[in-house]
Design a binder for this molecule. Structure first.
Ligand SMILES: [Mg+2]
Length: 399
């Protein structure tokens, strides 16, 4: 089999990848929903792909892996890897998990990140109680939630003098605030997280996404202050989302000194960049994203290596879309028992279920998803339905 073309269309701001072959098999994948600017990054890889046999996934990946980088620059390479696995699975008539060694579980656990604006709440302890109540009432019966807070939320702007640093009121996202947290800001943060966890109770797991932005000693002080809450983890306090480095040495100054699990890794590209975190046990939990780390097999490799070192897995995926959801299900079905749960890609509109075949609506029940047995990823665009959502300039996507 040979790759004949690679196309990338923007559907509702999400770059969708289509790889075609001379045997009529199509591979699909998708880049995070808010990243239409990556469309040309995908297309510039075309000359490395056309003519290659897509079922030899690793052989193709050796040609393009050097052309990725830390988030968001690993997304194009990662999406191509996933589309190649989709083709390889379809060619074999098998779901991808069978090509990765088979599934070790029939259902995979997923956790839900809940955004303040989604729940219609602000940055007070009472808002955090409402946040928890909103989560517990959500469809899907999620038993684990992640709470964006501190530097990973508008708290840095909304709470007066949260930290000793310049506040960027006009930035589209809270990053890259960083600095010493004030005593009042610190106490407010702890009170908010405590309110959320006390509302959830012991039957629900709570993870906290708090950075990047902490100085190392503040990170340790925060982790110790919430030890009694039995959090699932605190994420990305020092380095993390969109930070183009790992920060393993700084994390080592925190993780061994607290019983609160410390998590990072969503921005990291490739196994090599996980080495220091894993080999020195700089964190307790890592969160590679299949759509940023280099793909499905890359994530599987990292998970096995992490398990050897007693490190847990909680893969990232909040904006990965419906194809990213399918990718997470396939790879998480194969991971060792260090898997906690993957982040549910909640940030896509319901119409995606109408323009694809594979999912019969939102697939989460009691926080779990059944692992499907359809070939490849198990999700395909329906051209007749999807065509009407194509952006201007992408009209030839299905030709
Ligand atoms: Mg995060």
């Amino acid at each position: 089999m040979k790759i004949t073309d690679i196309k990338c269309a923007i559907i509702a701001s999400s770059p969708v990848i289509r790889i075609t072959t001379d045997e009529g098999i199509t591979g699909w994948s998708q880049i995070e929903t808010p990243k239409p600017y990556l469309q040309p990054v995908v297309l510039q890889l075309k000359s490395w792909l056309v003519g290659q046999d897509p079922v030899n996934v690793e052989r193709v990946m050796k040609r393009i892996r050097v052309r990725g980088g830390f988030k968001p620059w690993g997304a194009a390479v990662s999406a191509i890897e996933i589309a190649l696995w989709d083709i390889a699975g379809k060619a074999a008539g098998l779901p991808i998990y069978r090509l990765l060694g088979g599934k070790v579980r029939d259902q995979v656990r997923t956790y839900r990140t809940l955004y303040h604006h989604e729940a219609g709440v602000g940055q007070t302890p009472d808002d955090y109680r409402k946040w928890a109540e909103y989560g517990m009432a959500l469809e899907g019966g999620f038993g684990m939630f992640k709470l964006p807070t501190s530097f990973h939320s508008s708290m840095v702007r909304d709470f007066p003098d949260f930290h000793y640093g310049a506040v960027q009121h006009d930035a589209p996202f809270p990053y890259p605030h960083k600095g010493l947290i004030s005593e009042d800001g610190f106490n407010h943060l702890v009170a908010c997280v405590r309110a959320a966890k006390q509302t959830l109770g012991s039957k629900y797991g709570l993870a906290v996404d708090a950075g990047p932005g902490f100085l190392t000693h503040d990170a340790l002080r925060f982790a110790k202050a919430v030890e009694d809450l039995h959090l699932l983890w605190i994420e990305d306090m020092i380095a993390g989302d969109y930070v183009p480095f790992v920060g393993a040495e700084e994390y080592r100054a925190v993780t061994p000194h607290t019983t609160t699990p410390i998590h990072t890794g969503e921005q990291i590209y490739l196994r090599q960049n996980y080495r220091a975190l894993i080999e020195t046990r700089a964190v307790d939990v890592i969160g590679p994203d299949p759509c940023d780390v280099g793909g499905i097999a890359e994530l599987k490799w990292i998970a096995e290596y992490a398990d050897l070192h007693g490190i847990a897995m909680a893969p990232h995926g909040t904006a990965n879309g419906i194809f990213g959801l399918a990718s997470l299900i396939q790879v998480c079905a194969t991971l060792p028992d260090n898997l906690i749960a993957f982040e549910y890609p909640a940030r896509f509109e319901p119409f995606w279920y109408d323009i694809t075949e594979g999912f019969e609506g939102m697939p989460v029940k009691n926080g779990l998803i059944d692992v499907p047995d359809r070939p490849g990823l198990g999700v395909n665009l329906i051209p007749a339905e999807a065509r009407k959502y194509l952006s201007e300039g992408d009209a030839d996507f299905f030709d």
